[in-house]
Design a protein. Structure first.
Length: 389
């Protein structure tokens, strides 16, 4: 098994930095507050137009033309439309499966958010709040969403697998990222009691989720679990005979390497990728097929300034005012880090780039120089990313 794909980020789960215009006229920093600051009519119109335009049939043909074989689709906990004031997105997913099957792509469905947050970041749906694990009714709700996704799509030809939960945070990453400083809660009262998930809780949740998903999804489809940012901590997990086709997902970014002290040079990045990413993936591949479900070429060197671990204009971190590198210099940096990263992912069972597209104007909007590398389309157009099997 080897998968070569891309994430359809910011389509069904919004991240403000990927498309700031969607949040215009509000002070919302995340998807939770957007419908609470817009009228119902404006919110619904905005979301429906966004979803219909952001990803279309044409995008599936483009992804196929790049030689890719899969897409990872982040979906929200309100995917079934049963959590006011949010709008469900089953019609979009149904279309995606039809497109995928028509163009021979596979879909990894990724449950990306949880009510009251599993990580406290914008991509978890609500900034600065991480309380989901402490709310048994909401834990059960999340399991029911997985079960219903498996029931609806479990026998579809286009389904590659279902990912249980995106990026639940444990104590280590909660501290390293300084989550509530980086993603301040809009309502401190709502964030009260927020804390990282425990390892024991996440392990049990994964075991329960496996059973609920497998009830409706046949054994040849994959059940994927995220490493909770502790890649080598899962050697004793799901060793029993009953667990079939389980895949371990790890997310590895150069910006996280920078946070861990990686030198911001091409040599520094390549060495870090080889010494850490590649080594750990190779080790864990002995226990599970390992995929790198999120990665990209983004790094501070190509931005021309220290981004402090990928913090953007929206985090209040000033970006570079003007390009300090030529197009050729940028291409050389990206080619080298792409080659090193692809070699690392190929020690495992494949990868999904984050992300397919980005609606940030890196030319006219100040401070976004270098952020175009999050957009796979631009990377391909510029020859930064040489597609690798």
């Amino acid at each position: 098994m080897h998968v070569n794909g891309v994430n359809l980020g910011n389509w069904l789960v919004l991240e403000k930095w990927m498309n700031p215009a969607l949040f215009e006229g509000t002070t919302a920093e995340d998807e939770y507050y957007l419908p609470r600051q817009l009228s119902k009519e404006v919110y619904e119109a905005r979301i429906k137009i966004h979803r219909s335009e952001y990803i279309t049939e044409r995008d599936f043909t483009r992804i196929k033309s790049w030689g890719m074989d899969a897409v990872r689709i982040p979906v929200p906990y309100f995917v079934f439309g049963d959590r006011e004031p949010f709008i469900g997105c089953i019609p979009e997913l149904d279309k995606a499966f039809n497109w995928a099957e028509k163009y021979e792509l596979q879909i990894l469905l990724d449950l990306h958010t949880a009510p009251d947050g599993q990580n406290g970041s914008d991509n978890g749906g609500i900034c600065g709040v991480c309380k989901w694990a402490q709310e048994p009714d909401e834990v059960e709700f999340e399991l029911s969403v997985l079960e219903r996704l498996a029931e609806r799509y479990g026998s579809r030809k286009g389904l590659w697998g279902i990912e249980i939960l995106n990026e639940p945070v444990l104590e280590g990453m909660w501290a390293v990222m300084d989550i509530q400083k980086r993603y301040p809660p809009a309502e401190p009262a709502k964030a009260e009691g927020s804390k990282p998930n425990t390892t024991a809780f996440i392990r049990q949740f994964y075991l329960d989720a496996y059973d609920r998903i497998r009830k409706f999804m046949s054994e040849e489809k994959y059940v994927v679990f995220h490493d909770a940012f502790e890649l080598t901590a899962w050697k004793d997990f799901m060793r029993e005979e009953k667990y079939k086709n389980v895949v371990l997902d790890t997310h590895q970014y150069l910006m996280m390497a920078e946070l861990m002290g990686c030198e911001q040079t091409v040599e520094g990045y390549v060495k870090y990728v080889e010494d850490h990413f590649a080594k750990d993936i190779e080790e864990m591949q002995n226990y599970f097929p390992v995929i790198c479900g999120e990665w990209c070429l983004f790094n501070s060197l190509a931005c021309g300034c220290d981004t402090h671990g990928g913090q953007s204009v929206l985090n209040g971190v000033a970006g570079a005012e003007e390009e300090s590198l030529s197009a050729e210099q940028k291409k050389e940096i990206y080619n080298k880090v792409a080659k090193a990263q692809l070699a690392a992912w190929n020690k495992g069972s494949g990868h999904f780039y984050w992300s397919y597209k980005l609606l940030v104007d890196t030319v006219n909007e100040n401070g976004w120089i270098g952020w175009d590398s999050w957009d796979l389309g631009r990377c391909m157009d510029f020859g930064w990313f040489v597609n690798g099997k």
